[in-house]
Design a protein around this ligand. Structure first.
Ligand SMILES: N[C@@H](CCC(=O)N[C@@H](CS)C(=O)NCC(=O)O)C(=O)O
Length: 208
């Protein structure tokens, strides 16, 4: 099977996690830069690729995959030999899926409400309950450490480590010793460092 991926990426954006995962997986991919500042994500040619006008987006053959949790599951399964996705039947599979989906369906909406100082929906109506529930649940899970699922490093850590990094830089998530140590463990990995360096170059290119 041809496993080549076409990857649509904007430096310093949510697509950085997918970039890091592609590197962690040693995946075969072709990167297409999207300049968000120039409004490229909103233009018809990019909307023809992803009607949502968002990055990350990947294509595998004729298939379009969007939404970070779906992209992470898809890629980590496609490149299963990298060992970043607990397989079906592995006792860690449930927690792995749970934490990837928790990211998109609870953490991100909670973070956006918080960053905009928006009054959240009442906990019983909100998809994430309350900010405190989200952060406490996350901290309980991270206490299993050193990684999200305990001893095993998975694609979930690529997503969470990178996201918690920018969320703490923006002072949205508390920099507790546990969260900071987790972020350091993830972002110091060679693949993450490579991606940070390449993103700095891409950002400079786009600014020029
Ligand atoms: N639900 C999407 C959100 C992606 C997203 O918000 N991407 C931002 C980059 S940080 C984007 O493409 N913004 C450009 C725009 O909306 O024009 C996911 O998790 O993949």
């Amino acid at each position: 099977m041809n496993r080549k991926i076409t990857f649509y990426h904007a430096p310093n954006s949510r697509s950085g996690g997918t970039f890091a995962l592609l590197e962690e997986l040693s995946a075969d991919y072709e990167l297409h830069l999207v300049n968000l500042k120039a409004g490229e994500s909103r233009r018809p040619d990019y909307r023809a690729i992803n009607p949502m006008g968002k990055v990350p987006a990947i294509r595998h053959g004729e298939v379009l995959i969007t939404e970070q949790p779906a992209i992470f599951m898809y890629l980590a399964d496609l490149y299963a030999e990298a060992g970043l996705a607990p397989a079906i039947g592995d006792p860690l599979r449930g927690a792995y899926l749970r934490w990837l989906v928790f990211y998109g369906s609870c953490f991100e909406p909670a973070l956006v409400d918080r960053s905009l100082n928006r009054e959240p929906a009442p906990p019983s109506k909100s998809p994430y309950g309350s900010w405190e529930d989200v952060i406490n649940t996350l901290q309980l899970q991270l206490a299993k450490g050193p990684y999200m699922l305990g001893e095993r490093f998975t694609a979930a850590d690529v997503l969470w480590g990178g996201a918690l990094h920018w969320a703490t830089l923006f002072k949205l998530v508390p920099e507790t010793p546990q969260i900071s140590a987790y972020i350091d463990r993830v972002i110091t990995r060679p693949a993450m460092q490579r991606v940070a360096a390449r993103d700095a170059d891409y950002l400079a290119q786009q600014a020029a």
